[in-house]
Design a protein around this ligand. Structure first.
Ligand SMILES: [Fe+2]
Ligand SMILES: [Fe+2]
Length: 172
């Protein structure tokens, strides 16, 4: 997730970075959802299915890594800072952390499934497709909740303090 940091301008700021990561994660799962539709399509040949499963497995690994890194940064930096400054938001933060755990579990499960032999994957395809779709939806809902929280909170933190936070985040 460092492809944009080289382009970072002085105006690049914590909120933009978080938004960018959210867009990236949503796109990953939307793409995965599309790949699984193609894997499940009747007109897709066996050989092509195998290729798609292989690329889905690689994409799932990227999604898992990027997602866990993103969650980790949020939990260790943002959520801690937000809760210190605005203790009344503890309930909203706890619910975001809970959905991080659930999404982490589901993505790990998906990654595990994709490591299985192709015919086993084909047999479980409907369940796998459902979970991928539910992940895409969960990420969307989670992102909306989180964006609302960040918008409420981070815009109230002075810009120079946001920059300090960004530096901390890069150190993780
Ligand atoms: Fe997030
Ligand atoms: Fe989050």
């Amino acid at each position: 997730m460092d492809h944009d940091s080289s382009k970072a301008t002085p105006s690049s700021d914590l909120i933009d970075r978080v938004h960018h990561e959210h867009v990236h994660l949503r796109r990953l799962f939307e793409d995965l959802s599309g790949t699984f539709e193609r894997i499940g399509a009747e007109e897709t040949g066996q050989e092509r299915k195998r290729e798609l499963i292989e690329s889905a497995s690689e994409d799932m690994e990227v999604a898992l890594d990027d997602m866990l890194e993103h969650f980790n940064q949020e939990e260790e930096i943002f959520f801690v800072e937000i809760e210190e400054r605005f203790p009344e938001l503890a309930g909203r933060i706890a619910s975001l952390v809970k959905s991080h755990e659930l999404m982490g579990q589901r993505t790990r499960w998906l990654h595990e499934q994709l490591g299985k032999p192709a015919d086993e994957i084909s047999r479980n395809l409907t369940v796998i497709q459902d979970v991928v779709q539910s992940m895409a939806r969960m990420i969307e809902e989670h992102t909306e909740e989180e964006t609302a929280l960040f918008d409420d909170v981070l815009t109230k933190i002075p810009a120079d303090e946001r920059r300090v936070l960004l530096e901390k985040m890069r150190e993780i």
